[in-house]
Design a protein around this ligand. Structure first.
Ligand code: BV8
Length: 230
């Protein structure tokens, strides 16, 4: 049985209508990364950052998983634990498509983290009104997302999976952000077959054995069929 690690980025959710970060209409347009995706930015202008994530959290109810998310969920039905999705995305589209074996290394929009007691709680609504932490009552909740300069989640579990992978697939990421952008080299060093599916060559395309260009909604289902028939 192959052991597969799939890394996904904003490009896998693009066909669901979720804006990516670095395309022309990307999320960062109008917002400098330092202002909305760093702890310093949060200290500087807390309400700007709360509103930035509140808007993205609210828009989740208006989007649906696409064929790429569904293909990964269907493949997991056959492969079970042998398939791990590591996503840089903070949307819940993998889970809504049916994937269960998912690591959100950059956190999740639908969770809030209390800066007073450290609790991480499910969160659907806005944070702009500075609601109280359900556990300790302090009014100091932040989005449970990993900002630049912060340690991504579950790095040990990810490193273990990359070391044992026979296949590493990267879908819809520009390969601009580390440590995610370095996963292909880790997997390849441990003998994995590496494949990139992206709309355009990423910054790390040269690290992959193979790179296919096109929309994730077409390429991921096709790849999943190849795996099932292999
Ligand atoms: C850390 C927050 C250490 C939540 C995000 C200098 C050199 C190298 C590294 C660094 C450096 N200086 C600083 C660093 C480290 C830094 C980093 O990598 N900076 C970059 C900018 C140089 N990284 C960090 O800070 C990380 N932490 O290193 O910690 C540490 C050690 C000890 C103790 C403490 C800390 C933390 C990084 C996490 C930052 N948070 N998000 C949120 O708001 O979402 S990153 C953000 O960018 C998103 O999470 C996203 O996942 C990530 C990457 O973007 P992509 O997903 O790739 O999206 P993008 O738009 O870029 O690309 C989309 C792609 O899809 C495109 O290629 C496009 O062509 C394609 N596409 C579009 N449509 C489709 C498609 N493909 C297929 N089908 C389609 N339809």
């Amino acid at each position: 049985m192959p052991q597969i690690v799939v890394l996904t980025g904003a490009g896998i959710s693009a066909e669901s209508g979720v804006p990516t970060f670095r395309d022309s209409d990307g999320l960062w347009v109008g917002h400098h990364i330092d202002d909305v995706a760093t702890p310093e930015g949060f200290e500087r202008d807390r309400s700007l950052v709360q509103r930035f994530y509140d808007a993205r959290r609210a828009s989740l109810s208006g989007v649906e998983p696409n064929a790429a998310h569904r293909a990964l969920a269907e493949l997991e039905e056959t492969m079970g634990e042998a398939l791990l999705v590591v996503t840089q995305n903070i949307d819940d589209l993998h889970e809504r498509a049916g994937s269960r074996n998912v690591i959100h290394m950059h956190g999740e929009l639908l969770k809030a983290r209390c800066r007073a007691c450290g609790a991480v709680v499910p969160w659907q609504g806005p944070l702009i009104d500075e609601p109280a932490c359900p556990l300790c009552g302090t009014h100091d909740l932040r989005p449970d997302v990993v900002w630049f300069g912060e340690m991504p989640y579950e790095m040990e579990r990810i490193a273990d999976a990359l070391s044992q992978a026979t296949h590493f697939l990267s879908v819809g990421t520009s390969g601009a952000v580390y440590p995610a952008a370095g996963f292909v080299q880790h997997a390849r060093r441990h003998g994995a077959r590496t494949l990139e599916l992206n709309l355009e060559p990423s910054e790390g395309s040269h690290f992959f054995h193979e790179s296919r260009l096109g929309p994730a909604g077409e390429l991921v289902p096709q790849w999943a069929r190849e795996i099932l028939w292999s």
